[in-house]
Design a protein around this ligand. Structure first.
Ligand SMILES: NC(=O)c1ccc[n+]([C@@H]2O[C@H](COP(=O)([O-])OP(=O)(O)OC[C@H]3O[C@@H](n4cnc5c(N)ncnc54)[C@H](OP(=O)(O)O)[C@@H]3O)[C@@H](O)[C@H]2O)c1
Ligand SMILES: [Zn+2]
Length: 468
């Protein structure tokens, strides 16, 4: 870049410096490079870079030439980008421009390698000015080099200590607390954005938004209660009601994904004028599956007592985990059927709890307003626990950001395709149409061209998976 952080002009670079190109090639060789569609087009022949995994941001991958599309991983936004990157654990990732992509991804980077030259050409594309950004500092600078009359230096900027990555700005989080000298444990969560994300992804009807939202919230709370970083919790409901079933999977780091078998169930309100979640589920079974890295996951099952989910979980905790619990889960809708509030709490009594604590807490909880009414009054999860546990001296233990996140990616779906039988795969190829596979959990569609399907079939035949 030039002295003014200018990085390009008319779709190309300002100046070609062989020493800088060499540095770039050596640095990024073997790693993952992330770029915008226009930067890809600025490469010789519009072709991806050799010896690197090329990830390209574009809203419309069909604008890429077929042979280019085959050779790169095209992603349509940051969410899909991060999913794609999770397929290359341990690999270094370089964001290589241009301006649009630099600006968008800078908050996720912790180091910037900058080559500054004294080329006098005016730029029309710029990198954010790191000298003016309080989150960044210059940590290293090479001596000056000169090539073809252009002078340049290599600089390294690093994110300042404390200049933390931006919090996930969706506002959903959970707090945990203990009370009554450790004989009560408690969680409260606000999950509006998570539930609204699920609603949008699955285009759920109001009653299904409520059912799925309650189960997602329960999954987040129970997921955050697991010990191991890689533990996974699944809540699965199989039922006779028109929604047929719901599945939610959460990790212990505040991520959840989930879906309803039938997303567009419409039902009249129940006798209280509320969304009839119990009617949508009707009779059924709730399974709680905890995968904590042992050979077999733990599976607990109970029947649905009301289909309203919170009561069903209360019953599950009492019968399967022998832990007296109070569960509240709620989803409140706007008039346009978007999610206005969502959240829940879980209060559990530990074996040491005395009779006086138990009866006082029961009384307290029976008089409490609904979770969504409290949230809609502007109360935070902390406020909710302070209210529910007033008189029991709550002590807050921590806070966890929450979000809807699915870990699917084209590479994973490809692996799934690879493992289906040769017969099925050949049938798909025989149909002569590209195959479209959909992730149940997040409704993302993955397209595989005939060529890609043939390639997978070929590898299957040779018994070796493509090394990524
Ligand atoms: N000196 C350097 O270090 C350097 C490095 C790279 C590039 N450059 C220069 O920078 C210029 C190109 O930069 P630019 O800002 O014009 O383009 P760019 O960032 O390379 O590409 C922009 C395109 O990327 C896609 N994109 C970006 N963010 C996206 C998102 N969140 N979701 C989906 N797609 C997304 C869009 O493609 P669609 O329109 O297809 O949707 C968008 O039009 C050129 O002059 C190039 O030479 C300089
Ligand atoms: Zn998915």
């Amino acid at each position: 870049m030039n002295q003014n952080w200018g990085i390009g002009r008319d779709g190309g670079l300002l100046v070609h410096i062989p020493g800088d190109m060499r540095f770039f090639r050596e640095k990024t060789k073997g790693s993952v490079v992330v770029m915008g569609r226009r930067t890809l087009e600025s490469f010789p022949g519009g072709r991806p870079l050799k010896d690197r995994v090329n990830v390209v941001l574009t809203k419309d991958p069909s604008v890429l030439r077929p042979e280019v599309r085959e050779a790169v991983t095209a992603v349509s936004g940051t969410e899909e980008l991060f999913r794609a990157l999770s397929d290359y654990p341990g690999r270094e990732v370089f964001v290589i421009g241009g301006a649009a992509v630099y600006k968008e991804l800078l908050p996720y980077c912790d180091e910037c390698l900058v080559t500054v030259n004294d080329c006098p050409r005016e730029a029309d594309t710029f990198f954010p000015d790191l000298d003016k950004d309080p989150s960044w500092e210059l940590s290293d600078q090479s001596e000056e080099h000169t090539e073809d009359g252009v002078r340049y230096r290599f600089r390294t900027y690093v994110r300042k200590a404390g200049g933390a990555l931006p919090p996930e700005e969706n506002g959903d989080y959970l707090v945990r607390a203990t009370a009554a000298d450790g004989s009560i444990r408690a969680f409260a969560a606000t999950t509006r954005n998570t539930v609204e994300t699920a609603r949008q992804k699955h285009n759920t009807s109001p009653v299904v938004t409520a059912a799925l939202g309650r189960l997602l919230t329960a999954g987040l709370i129970m997921g955050c209660d697991m010990k191991g970083e890689n533990d996974v919790l699944t809540l699965k409901i199989d039922c006779q009601g028109p929604v047929k079933g719901l599945t939610v999977t959460a990790d212990s780091r505040g991520h959840v994904k989930g879906y309803a078998n039938v997303p567009d169930v419409m039902l009249p309100p129940n006798q209280f004028g509320k969304l009839d979640v119990g009617g949508a589920l009707d009779l059924g079974v709730l399974s709680v599956i905890k995968d904590v890295g042992l050979k077999e996951p733990y599976v607990g099952q109970t029947i649905l007592v009301s289909g309203e989910i919170a009561e069903d979980l209360t019953y599950y905790f009492a019968t399967s985990e022998q832990t007296p619990s109070s569960v509240a889960l709620g989803v409140l809708m706007n008039r346009d059927n978007t999610v206005r509030q969502a959240g829940g709490f879980l209060i559990q009594l530990l074996p040491g709890a005395g009779e006086d604590v138990i009866s006082a807490l029961e009384k307290k909880i029976s008089g409490i307003r609904s979770m969504t009414a409290m949230l809609d009054d502007g109360m935070t999860p902390e406020d909710v626990l302070r209210e529910v546990l007033s008189g029991f001296k709550p002590v807050f233990l921590g806070r966890q950001e929450l979000s809807f996140r699915c870990d699917c990616s084209k590479a994973r779906v490809r692996k799934a395709l690879y493992s289906i039988g040769a017969k099925d795969l050949n049938e798909m190829i025989g149909e002569g149409q590209p195959a479209e596979l959909v992730c149940h959990f997040c409704n993302t569609k993955y397209r595989f061209s005939i060529e890609e399907l043939k390639e997978i079939a070929e590898q299957q035949k040779n018994g070796k998976e493509k090394s990524l």
